[in-house]
Design a protein around this ligand. Structure first.
Ligand SMILES: [Zn+2]
Length: 285
């Protein structure tokens, strides 16, 4: 079994007396060890709880397909624009060539880029929906991601239905330079067009949502929701501290801090997400 042969990767760590011996590293094995509270639970139990720790409520990353399962009515998701594939307009090379990086990431993730979009229903009502995949180059927004986000709004405009976008991203994709940066304007313009049909756009910010995505459509939702303890902001806290040479307050840029300061509308735990979205769409849709 895969988890058995991978046990040698486990770092030597004291386990609690009640814990099963030698829990496997994250992403492997039949046990799951929470980073926040260090409790160990059966991986199946943790997965059934949508990757939320049953002991402390820590929200770990949820794979994109499961995210869609979580919020949409079962079997209603229809993926669109799946054929869009990123190019390498600048011939960009950092530690490796961008086109090689794309190829290997595509192979590892099974995705063509860091965003999947389409239509589905929530509580029986059709929505135009899109979701970032952080596992694909940090969920960075290049030309294809920007185009797909714009199409979420274009489709919602054409069909006169609500739009929902789940963001988890480091921001613009530096390998596409200015082509990435212009996606901020492009997606915001598409969103502005969509406003004419007077249907709601719900933006859900996941951990983390930063950079050019936070600075454009993610913060432009009619309703802006975040998952608990998500890091949300433009520049990261380390960069800000170095720039202003001041220590930032506890919990800065986390969902709870942002809610307290009026930057987001609600914090919704993952197991309640579908009901809350249905409620919002019922009120505004
Ligand atoms: Zn925990």
């Amino acid at each position: 079994m895969a988890w058995f042969s991978k046990q040698k990767k486990v770092k030597a760590k004291e386990s609690t007396p009640s814990a099963p011996p030698a829990p496997a590293a994250k992403g492997e094995g039949i046990w799951y060890k929470c980073d926040a509270c260090e409790n160990v639970v059966a991986r199946a139990e943790w997965e059934k709880a949508w990757n939320v720790c049953p002991s402390c409520g820590q929200h770990d990353a949820l794979p994109l397909r499961r995210r869609l399962d979580l919020v949409l009515d079962p079997g209603t998701f229809q993926e669109l624009d799946a054929e869009l594939t990123p190019q390498d307009p600048l011939g960009f090379v950092d530690s490796k060539r961008y086109r090689d990086r794309l190829r290997s990431t595509r192979k590892a993730s099974g995705l063509r880029d860091a965003f999947v979009d389409g239509v589905g229903t929530i509580g029986g009502d059709q929505v135009s929906i899109g979701c970032f995949a952080f596992e694909f180059m940090g969920g960075s927004m290049g030309s294809v991601v920007g185009e797909k986000v714009a199409r979420v709004f274009d489709r919602a405009y054409e069909r006169r239905i609500p739009a929902i976008v789940f963001s988890s991203t480091g921001g613009a994709r530096m390998q596409e330079g200015i082509f990435s940066l212009m996606q901020m304007a492009k997606t915001s313009a598409a969103l502005n067009r969509f406003r004419a049909v007077r249907k709601p756009y719900v933006s859900v910010m996941l951990h983390p949502t930063t950079g050019g995505v936070a600075a454009s459509f993610a913060w432009l939702g009619d309703v802006v929701i975040a998952e608990p303890k998500a890091l949300i902001g433009f520049a990261g806290p380390r960069v800000i501290e170095q720039t202003i040479r001041e220590k930032l307050p506890e919990g800065f840029q986390r969902s709870e801090f942002l809610l307290e300061h009026g930057m987001i509308d609600a914090i919704v735990p993952r197991p309640e997400m579908r009901d809350r979205l249905a409620q919002i769409l019922g009120l505004l849709g």
